[in-house]
Each structure stands twice: as structure tokens, then as C-alpha cells.
Design a protein around this ligand. Sequence first.
Ligand SMILES: C[S@@+](CC[C@H](N)C(=O)[O-])C[C@H]1O[C@@H](n2cnc3c(N)ncnc32)[C@H](O)[C@@H]1O
Length: 182
Amino acid sequence: MVEIGCGIGRITRVLAARAERVIAVDVSDTMLGLAQDLSPDLANVDWVLGDGSTLAAVPDSSADGCFSFVTFQHIPDPELTFSYIREMGRVLRPGGWAAFQLSTSPTPGSRPALATRLRLAALALLRRGPRGQTHPAWVGSTVEVDDLRAAAAEAGLEIRRLVGAGTLFSLVHAVRVGPAPD
Ligand SMILES: C[S@@+](CC[C@H](N)C(=O)[O-])C[C@H]1O[C@@H](n2cnc3c(N)ncnc32)[C@H](O)[C@@H]1O
């Protein structure tokens, strides 16, 4: 299994209990360090510091499944999400599956309303609340459903189910069809 954006390993632990081996990729070495500290017992997980747009550590057609949750919604540029979708098509064996969440909301779903942003900024200034919630890496991006479908088709992924289209929590189940892409 491959997990994109594993964070501190919250879901990695669940995947590792079900898979022979998990390659858990994240762009943050801080998160990966916490993940390893929190789960030193997970012998079947490779924690991998990724480049932010590819699964370079994963060979072609080698994975049974790819999973991602609350990661693509935070990526500031949708092109990076499309790059990961292409990469899922590359690393999945024919018949392998992808299950991932992304935002197809009309507006970046992680971007709070103006009043909320002002309140958060004030709390952050006073050090009484979380900082960084207006940062592009938190606000993230949204993708058009048609572009999602096009990227999946280009990657050789057949979307079997899309739940929550038009919302922050759009859930995709897709299966790798046909030969591996060049
Ligand atoms: C909100 S956390 C979610 C972590 C985990 N999926 C979970 O549900 O607990 C988002 C994670 O995505 C990672 N991330 C953000 N951009 C990324 C990118 N371009 N490639 C890989 N990981 C990324 C962050 O470092 C962070 O660990």
C-alpha cells in the first residue's frame, strides 16, 4: 500500500494492520519524525520523505492500493494533486485500487470566512490560537470534477465511485485499468 500525506501516522497504523507493507509518504520530515516516534512498533512501514508531487520511491505497477486523506485539500496548487493522480496510475498494478479525498468545492474549503479569518489572525497574534490558518499550505486548493475525471483517465484510473462532488470532502474510489502508462 502507498499512503500519500501520512502525517503523524494516524491512518498509517490502520493500513499497516491490514497490508503486508505500507510506503507512507509525506513532504514534512517533522511529521514523519513524529510518526516514527509514535509508532516505533510498525515494522512493515517505510516512512518516506517525498518531493511534494511524485511517488519517486515507489516502482511502477508495484502497489495494490493507494490511499490519501485530508492531504490534497491542503496542497496550494491543483497541478500537484494531478501529478499525484498520475503517479497513483503509475505505481498501481492493473486491478489495484485508489481511495482518496480531495476538495471539489467551488472555493478552497479550508479557507474560512472573512470574519473567522480575522478572529483567527487576532488569536494567533495574541498567541491564543493556532497560527498559519491563512497560509497557502493550509488554505489549499480545489479541483474541478471534470479535471479530476480527465486526470484519472489519463492515469489509467477508472473512477468507480465519487461521493461528495462539489464539497470539501469528495471521496474517490478508482481502479487501475489497462497497461501501465509509459
Ligand atoms: C492534515 S495532515 C493529514 C495527515 C493524515 N493523512 C491523517 O489523516 O491523519 C496533511 C498532511 O499532508 C502533508 N502534505 C502536505 N502537502 C503534501 C504534499 N505535497 N505531498 C505529500 N504530503 C503533503 C502534510 O505534511 C501533512 O502531514
